[in-house]
Ligand binder design. Sequence first.
Ligand code: CA
Length: 396
Amino acid sequence: MTPIVGVRTDRGRVRDGNEDAYLVEEPLFGIADGMGGHIAGDVASNTAVDTIGAHAREEVPRDPDALVALVQAANQAIIDKTSEDPTLQGMGTTCTLILAADDHIDLAHVGDSRGYLYRDDELSQITEDHTLVGRMVREGRLDPQDAERHPQRNIITRALGIDRNVIVDKDTLPIQPGDRVLICSDGLTSMIDAGAIAEVLGSEPDPQAAADRLVDLANEAGGEDNITVVVLAFDDGGPDPERLQARQPTPIETPAATATASDRDRRDVPATGRSGGWGRKVVVTLLIIVLLLGGVFAFFRFVIVANSYFVATASDGHLAIYRGLPDDVFGVTFQEEIQTSTTTVGDLPEFLQEDVSNGIDADSLSDARTTLHNLEDRARDREFDKNPTRNQKGSK
Ligand code: CA
């Protein structure tokens, strides 16, 4: 299905410039939300969409892996630009990219911009927020409703332009006639809630009119950030007008941790005894236990510990990236410091100090670097607020 497209980007009511960028090149649709200060943020987001557009013109992507390759090419292009021009140091961008095919969409995603699918009066988020807060929600440590207004909500843990080995989320979703797909920067979702988004997508059949209304609502709610929306309407004549009359805004489906059936249904199986050499049995059993324990330990030490990263405070107060686990296990410490920052925990805003002291988990070394990078940005912002003339404020 070829979607009808509605697009709008807006500076909002607070920011001086617009660091969002978008790509609408049938069948490819994307948005990028830059960070790292006025000029750098703008360069990062535009480099992302320009690189993706140029590559896609040479070879049209066909599957999610091809989309991921485009996003990785954009990542590399931003890193290259930063290394050529030191004034761009620290820039990065989110990127959410959609490829529309006959009966499905492919998706590639990094950062805290979002994708939504609206179908049969229900809005579902189809991307995961790569933010500190998103992580806390996924781990069940924070209520999704509280996340939208959380002071740390825009600290992103994954972005393009920071690390060569960025992990790009990918997905494929079937599409039906009548579906709406929205991709948007956080300037929309930090201003209006999922209920309001669902109401607009459900009551406004024309995707351009829907895009305009979404941006207007975000501005009416304060317009604190740049707002960019791309609305794709996969239609066989538009939403059913009868359904529109009785439509109610539907709360967003939030991904929740669900216990698997095997967790719930696990039962102890009674051991069946058989006669035999009693002493030998004990020895064999002990041997098996020792081997199992050894295997568990090896797995723990060389798979779990070796592939876990977190950001925390070193003993001298500096922020650092650690490999291993933040907490001791049976009194044993499994962690090593692998990168130290010049920023100290005292440089951070107070609301972040406790989190960092507890250790912030990361999915990969690349994510840990992005988290550290963003914490350093926060420290610079705080320094700026104290001494506004000393440097230019980075924004996200
Ligand atoms: Ca933003």
